[in-house]
Design a protein around this ligand. Structure first.
Ligand SMILES: Nc1nc2c(ncn2[C@@H]2O[C@H](COP(=O)(O)OP(=O)(O)OP(=O)(O)O)[C@@H](O)[C@H]2O)c(=O)[nH]1
Ligand SMILES: [Mg+2]
Length: 319
């Protein structure tokens, strides 16, 4: 399962975002270091293709892909020397696939900022330095344990980062975007601009209500949807699908994966046992009303082991 660790300074809205993403009850307070023990939650990735295919096949079950989010304690300058809560919590995100770095953009004098001023560039540098220092410790620890069989080092600085700029609702409605200095600081990483309290509202709203809010704030999709898309993009992932009477289901693969490798997601033996597959784009299948129609028109491809899986493919694997 894809996992994402949420990091940032204390009191920047990490847990508010986590709660909006996972709908879990967590402690959100207006003081630094509210979160001590990490919060862990799993979210089903909303996917309209699964819904449409389930209807098409009259599937008994719909199964989405999932993402795990881990919300840890805030980090401050000197955490690696034990400042604040130290950085021992970083161990909880050592194995994540990507880091969501929450950066405070909203200005609210009632909410304490540990540096007293809103300075996203500086805040990002502080966190990056702490992650690097934590990596140094990891390396040193390995040196002292030399001779022992150690698994490959999971270094935080090597992980892909998605920046989450937490803006106020007003900034969001006014179309806030990072300025050039900030863009230079994040060096081409993917980013999203959200308002975490608004995300909380969206996560609790019904479908119609949600649409109203999105319109009001001039945003195309919720922060969750944006964050998922950026995560897939950052990590070079794609989604393919299977459908039938039992279930319609989304699966994750890497861009460029050959179909036998991608089919490991369905069953680890499939990579070895794969013979051929029938493949059709989900939309093409739906537009043609039935497998039979699509087949008559020659729209279902029969592919071998050398086929590169594509976003939105509906596959039926023969083993
Ligand atoms: N005005 C405003 N307040 C916010 C926003 N996001 C979070 N807050 C408030 O900021 C405070 C801290 O939010 P949390 O989500 O607990 O922050 P955190 O980053 O998890 O903090 P720690 O766990 O202490 O590191 C709470 O009082 C939130 O209600 C925002 O976008 N605007
Ligand atoms: Mg928190």
């Amino acid at each position: 399962m894809l996992s994402i660790g949420i990091v940032g300074l204390p009191n920047v809205g990490k847990s508010t975002l986590f709660k909006a993403l996972t709908n879990k009850q967590v402690d959100i307070q207006n003081y630094p270091f509210t979160t001590i023990d990490p919060n862990v939650g799993v979210v089903a990735v909303p996917d309209e293709r699964v819904d449409a295919l389930a209807e098409f096949s009259k599937s008994k079950k719909k199964i989405y892909t999932t993402i795990e989010f881990i919300d840890i304690a805030g980090l401050i300058k000197g955490a690696s020397q034990g400042e604040g809560l130290g950085n021992k919590f970083l161990a909880n995100i050592r194995e994540v696939d990507a880091i969501a770095h929450v950066v405070r953009v909203f200005n609210d004098k009632n909410i304490t900022h540990v540096h007293s001023t809103i300075d996203p560039v500086n805040d990002i540098e502080v966190i990056k330095t702490e992650l690097e220092l934590a990596d140094l410790q990891t390396k040193e620890n390995r040196e002292t344990k030399k001779g022992k069989e150690l698994p490959q080092l999971d270094l935080l600085a090597d992980k892909k980062v998605i920046y989450v700029f937490n803006a106020s609702e007003t900034q969001l409605a006014e179309g806030w975007q990072p300025d050039q200095k900030l863009l230079d600081t994040i060096k081409g990483s993917d980013y999203v601009v959200i308002s975490s309290p608004l995300e909380l509202i969206l996560s609790e709203a019904g479908e119609d209500e949600k649409k109203e809010y999105l319109k009001e704030f001039h945003i195309k999709e919720s922060g969750l949807d944006q964050l998922i898309k950026k995560s897939y993009h950052t990590l070079g992932l794609l989604t393919f699908l299977t459908t039938g009477e039992d279930e319609s289901r989304a699966w994750t693969a890497h861009q460029g994966d050959l179909i036998p490798k991608a089919s490991r997601a369905i069953h680890t033996d499939f990579e070895k046992l794969f013979i051929r597959a029938e493949v059709i784009n989900w939309k093409t299948l739906l537009d043609n009303g039935s497998y039979a129609h699509a087949r008559e028109k020659g729209l279902i491809k029969i592919v071998g082991r050398d086929y590169v899986i594509q976003e939105g493919d509906v596959v039926e694997i023969r083993i």
